[in-house]
Design a protein around this ligand. Structure first.
Ligand SMILES: [Zn+2]
Length: 403
């Protein structure tokens, strides 16, 4: 058991729970012990209660929960900058795919690389995520699209958990796209996912979630339902890439299937908003992707919040459409492009992300929560999204240990 620590003097402590003034504590301190938050409250009370604790002076700084990035594709081979060049010249997604780009470029690349090679490529990317304040990260498979390659990716994602200080949450995304050799027999691919991949993934306990890219051109509602129900039968909780560019009722399906989250939502309908608000599915917004693609169809964050949906912000880190593992930038865009307040953005990037990953022990600074916290070298919490992806960090504690 370690000596308790108390963090004193902070200009603000952001609890991660509330998006109004209850979520910002002044003249307060946090005590942590044995990897957990022991108490949060008025400084004098905490000092009296933990008289023998070591103090961390946070004068003029801000403390938040560690950020929770609930949607990434962080394990891949090479970057895809050549595609970025093509896109800058006006080539569209279909033309880029025809020239060998898109998801299938990463699939070809991943299939040729060894487990250890892909693991070494991923490590510095996770270190970059950690350096910008992320302490828990979800990572999806989906660049394998055959049984062996999907299992390989998930084994890497699980192995990464042993190699970094981050908590890594694995998601099976065999239904990321229909691979090229199944284009004229997509039913066979869906059966490969439901009858072979899912049982193998569950058999090795390689994933917590099963995700599907439901979108015209990717998977239909019927295929999505089959895959997510097969996943659930094997203990994998459903998640969806939903209504990204076109509305196809994916948010409604997420609510109906009691999914952990519906992600993207740039084209969500009013019915979809109401359905998510009535369900436990988190609305996960990924604005970095839209910025990067030069699109303007941001998700209706204000309407989702007004309806009562739980909103999360995530990075969507991937080599095609969001090549930066930085949740701070997602918060900036949440404020600048979707009119969230800085406090709403912080709550979405902490407890919102934790709920989207069905992790009840983090994303908040409350007694009993994991002592994952970030001390920011900023004068107030608004400065975190305001600094546009580069708010300075004074220190990160993960499970009570300073990194
Ligand atoms: Zn994604």
């Amino acid at each position: 058991l370690n000596t308790p620590l108390i963090f004193t003097g902070a200009a603000e402590i952001i609890t991660g729970r509330h998006t109004d003034e209850r979520g910002v504590l002044n003249h307060s301190a946090i005590a942590i012990a044995d990897g957990r938050v022991a108490a949060v409250g008025a400084t004098a009370d905490i000092l009296a209660q933990f008289a023998s604790a070591q103090q961390v002076d946070c004068t003029g700084q801000v403390i938040t929960p560690g950020l929770v990035d609930s949607h990434t594709h962080a394990v891949f081979g090479v970057w895809r900058a050549a595609e970025y060049d093509m896109r800058s010249r006006g080539l569209d997604y279909m033309e880029i795919a025809r020239r060998g780009g898109g998801i299938n470029a990463s699939v070809r690349d991943v299939r040729t690389r060894s487990e250890s090679e892909l693991l070494e490529l991923a490590l510095p990317r996770l270190e970059a995520a950690l350096a910008s304040g992320t302490t828990t990260i979800e990572i999806k498979s989906g660049y394998g699209l055959d049984v062996e390659s999907e299992l390989k990716l998930l084994r890497i994602i699980n192995a990464l958990a042993e190699r970094t200080a981050l908590t890594v949450v694995p998601t099976f995304l065999g239904a990321h796209d229909v691979p090229l050799d199944y284009r004229d027999r997509r039913g066979d691919y869906v059966r490969l996912v439901t009858d072979e991949m899912i049982p193998a993934v569950a058999g090795e306990k390689l994933a917590k979630f099963c995700d599907v890219f439901m979108e015209p051109g990717a998977f239909t509602a019927e295929e999505t339902r089959m895959i997510l129900e097969a996943g659930r039968k094997h203990g994998l909780l459903p998640k969806l890439h939903a209504d990204e560019f076109e509305n196809s009722g994916a948010a409604e399906l997420a609510a109906e299937l009691n999914a952990a989250s519906a992600d993207h939502l740039g084209a969500i309908s009013d019915r979809g908003i109401q359905a998510l608000a009535r369900s436990d599915a988190v609305a996960t917004l990924l604005p970095v992707t839209l910025l990067f693609l030069g699109k303007t169809g941001y998700a209706p964050a204000r309407r989702l919040i007004a309806a009562g949906a739980t909103v999360a912000l995530a990075s969507d880190f991937n080599p095609g459409t969001a090549p930066v593992p930085n949740l701070q930038l997602a918060m900036t865009l949440g404020c600048s492009q979707m009119r969230m307040t800085p406090l709403e953005a912080l709550v979405a990037a902490t407890s919102g992300g934790a709920k989207a990953l069905r992790l009840e022990d983090r994303g908040v600074l409350e007694p009993g929560a994991r002592a994952d916290l970030v001390v920011w070298q900023v004068a107030g919490h608004a400065e975190i999204p305001y600094r546009c992806g580069f708010a300075p960090i004074r220190g990160i504690w993960k499970g009570g240990k300073r990194l």
